[in-house]
Design a protein around this ligand. Structure first.
Ligand code: CNA
Length: 278
């Protein structure tokens, strides 16, 4: 249930106390978890926001149910809906948001241990977050394989296929080629499993723009130690935030909240300067 007692590590459960803690020597290893909500301001729809989310706009793809677009068995029968969606999400058409740039500032200030992201838009990289600090837990469009014989394919052919809607087929076995986006029922990439144990040494967890409904990703929030403050920045409440003494929930648009946080940290000018370079 909700935690009623006073915070134990933070002074208060508010933004100013989070900033003060971030400036203290106790806060050395910061972990970030991101979801589709950090990219909506870039013009990429999320899944579940009513009206604008991809799930409410998938009717035109004639799917039996929305999640089918990310199911490997459905893809084997009918890859067209996924290719249609991929065309809309394909990297290169979008600019990072202030929130992506905030993650870069965490790295610049040597606070960022790892940024776990569910997003497949690669905007973390585009914002300048170092590649070795990012875990793309649900894969990305950076590589692609045949779903049947697992042969690897050239990126240019994939890009052309997505752009034209011509489904790319494996020259060897005829199977459909799919970007290495993790579908429901597929395992997460090895780097995810390699980095997860690091959460046990977290000093701060910041979760931004996610409904925390997709597992195992969502369960990472429970792996940080009891004395690690957890901050949720989201339009809506999510997960079990509010059940620990040092949980802070900041509801609203993430770019606005991140700006307020950067102001408290003395990073606002840097935030605008770095974002201007993206
Ligand atoms: P989701 O379930 O759609 O949830 C998004 C959350 O973000 C919701 O709780 C919203 O209220 C919140 N939100 C939306 N806009 C903002 C905003 N401006 N500021 C703050 N909060 C906001 O998406 P999840 O990421 O939780 O679901 C996991 C899926 C979504 C992953 O497998 C992703 O691959 C997948 N996805 C990724 C992208 C992308 O790469 N940009 C786009 C759409 C879906």
């Amino acid at each position: 249930g909700p935690h009623d007692g006073p915070p134990e590590v933070l002074e208060e459960r508010d933004l100013a106390s989070v900033a003060k803690y971030m400036k203290s020597p106790e806060c050395r290893r910061v972990f970030v978890m991101l979801g589709a909500g950090v990219s909506t301001a870039a013009g990429i729809p999320d899944f579940r926001s009513p009206g604008t989310g991809l799930y409410s706009n998938l009717q035109r793809l004639n799917l039996p149910y929305p999640e089918a677009v990310f199911e490997i068995n459905y893809f084997r029968q009918n890859p067209v809906p996924f290719y249609t969606l991929a065309r809309e999400l394909y990297p290169g058409q979008f600019r990072p948001t202030l929130t992506h740039t905030f993650v870069k500032l965490l790295a610049d200030h040597r606070l960022l241990d790892t940024c776990f992201t569910q997003n497949i838009d690669t905007l973390e990289r585009q914002a300048g977050v170092p590649g070795d600090r990012i875990v793309e837990a649900h894969g990305s469009f950076a590589s692609q394989h045949c779903v049947d014989c697992k042969a690897s394919f050239d990126g240019a052919a994939m890009k052309r296929g997505v752009e034209t809607g011509d489904i790319v087929k494996c020259g060897d076995c005829g199977g459909f080629v799919k970007p290495d986006i993790v579908f429901f029922g597929e395992s997460l990439p090895p780097v995810f499993h390699q980095k997860v144990p690091r959460l046990r040494a977290a000093d701060l967890l910041i979760v931004i723009g996610t409904s925390l409904t997709v597992h195992p990703f969502a369960s990472l929030t429970s792996l940080v130690p009891a004395g690690c403050p957890r901050v949720l920045i989201n339009m809506d409440p999510a997960g079990d935030f509010g059940t620990r003494a040092d949980d802070v929930t900041l509801l609203g648009r993430c770019d606005a909240i991140v700006r307020d946080l950067c102001r408290e940290l003395g990073w606002e000018a840097e935030l605008d300067r770095e974002w201007g370079k993206t």
